[in-house]
Design a protein around this ligand. Structure first.
Ligand code: S3P
Length: 461
């Protein structure tokens, strides 16, 4: 099922691809990786820039937007809800917004493909407006839990018109003209959940409060403040935050520069650490403290990562990272760090395979509800490539060794990060590693293969 033509399509942007036939791909053992790369724009910030562009009055110009499938779906949805979305050039987009309270009911189903973030953020947005919309996507998206979003939205007055079993897509909701202001403690640390509530709260006549026990990425809060909302975030408990948003602000269009995605950058980062002799510089990497759990962990493992040119870009901390091949050692990764590296566990498991001793990753229950059951998919991938490991409850323990056999075919289950992580493994293992389907890499990192090849990696179709 595809959404109809959108503003974005008509203006020459790449269209969301949808999932055609599986595209197997293999990575061969590589010589030293070297050179510089700038990963694509951050996926989380790209979604939010488009959405706030839709909600602001005036013209928002975005530079460095990630043109991955997931974000293109959000661009299409913004068009369907009333914005005029145009691509001016590569990564350079403009959004003419319609203002809070003025969204249009979409004429077609909102098809988010593989994108959980787009779906959940947009559910919040629609929930705060008196319009009806249907949300759907691919087989992976249809398995993902949406109850966590529907529960607080119901408290705010959103009607759930229909849903598939277990609160899954396809889901149709009718939003509220006057969403009730709520105070909500999130049961799981999830920026998507927090953001959905805040976006619904934008059109509430009162004050919306979200309390997180473990702080999750704060891009929504930062960008709302940048667009002129009255929003505050204060510590709550040892690791938590209390976020308060005053409803019905007038958001003013702003220019947004999207920094490089640390989650996408993590693949070159780990590849450089595990392929002997490598020396790679990753430029413009976003260093938001709530996104750098992987870097903290790798430094603890003995990684040679130098932070250069620390600066602020687009309101975020950014640095260039010089990364050299390193003898890694196993560590214990605390569960409290999970929100700051939630998407990086598959690639950390790959780094851990090359570290001496055991790496224990604690508290990974949220990995079970990502684009795939990532805990199961990582475990099966490690099994297929000959890496000793075990799962204890929600913890993953990888037993590393300086040389890794590799070989095997890894099942990716429509999950881009599983595909990229195991291709990175293949660059450093004795035998090539193949993944059954690399198509989903286009959701977040369409230039992955080209950028890795430019560093010296070799792939086989
Ligand atoms: C995201 C939040 C995370 C992350 C996802 C992007 C976001 O999900 O896994 O890739 O942009 O808000 P959760 O908030 O559900 O942990």
């Amino acid at each position: 099922m595809q959404a109809g033509p959108t503003q974005a399509d008509r203006t020459g942007a790449p269209s969301p691809a949808g999932h055609g036939p599986a595209q197997p791909l293999g990575a061969l053992a590589s010589g030293p990786l070297s050179g510089r790369l700038r990963p694509p724009g951050d996926k989380s910030i790209s979604h939010r820039a488009l959405i706030l562009g839709l909600l602001a009055k005036g013209r928002t110009i975005i530079g460095g937007l990630l043109e991955g499938d997931d974000v293109l779906r959000t661009a299409a949805a913004c068009g369907a809800l009333g914005a005029r979305v145009e691509r001016l050039g590569p990564g350079h987009w403009q959004v003419d917004g319609c203002g809070i309270g003025s969204l249009l009911a979409p004429k077609e189903i909102l098809d988010f493909g593989n994108a959980g973030t787009g779906t959940r953020l947009m559910m919040g947005l629609v929930g705060g407006h008196p319009i009806t919309a249907t949300f759907d996507g691919d087989a992976s998206l249809r398995k993902r839990p949406m109850r966590r979003i529907l529960d607080p939205l119901s408290l705010m007055g959103v009607q759930i018109v229909s849903q598939a079993e277990g609160g899954r897509c396809p889901i149709t909701i009718t939003g509220s003209a006057e969403p009730a202001p709520i105070e909500y403690r999130t049961p799981v640390p999830s920026a998507q959940l927090k953001s959905a509530i805040l976006l619904a709260g934008l059109n509430s006549p009162g004050r919306t409060v979200v309390i997180e026990t473990e702080a999750s990425r704060d891009h929504t809060e930062k960008m709302l403040a940048y667009f002129g909302a009255r929003i505050s975030s204060v510590p709550d408990g040892p690791h938590g935050r209390r976020i308060t948003l005053e409803g019905r602000p007038e958001l003013k269009a702003r220019d947004v520069i999207v920094p490089a995605d640390p989650s996408s950058g993590s693949f070159a980062l780990v590849a450089a650490l595990i392929v002997p002799g490598s020396d790679v510089t990753i430029e413009g990497m976003m260093m938001n403290p709530l996104r750098i759990g992987l870097i903290t962990t790798l430094l603890e493992m003995g990684a040679d990562i130098q932070l250069l040119n620390a600066r602020i870009e687009g309101g975020e901390d950014v640095a260039d990272l010089r990364v050299r091949y390193s003898a890694l050692k196993g560590v214990d990764v605390p569960a409290a760090r999970a929100p700051a590296m939630i998407d990086e566990y598959p690639v950390l498991a790959v780094a851990a395979a090359f570290a001496s001793g055991e790496t224990r990753m604690n508290g990974l229950s949220e990995l079970r509800v990502k684009e795939s059951d990532r805990l199961a998919a990582v475990s099966a991938g490690l099994e297929a490539t000959g890496i000793s490991h075990r799962i204890e409850g929600d913890d993953l323990i990888v037993v590393g060794a300086p040389t890794v056999r590799g070989g095997g075919m890894v099942a990716t289950h429509l999950d881009h990060r599983i595909a990229m992580s195991f291709l990175v493994l293949g660059m450093a293992s004795q035998q090539s590693v193949h993944v059954d389907d690399a198509a989903m890499i286009a959701t977040s990192y369409p230039s992955f293969r080209a950028q890795m090849e430019a560093l010296g990696a070799t792939f086989v179709d």
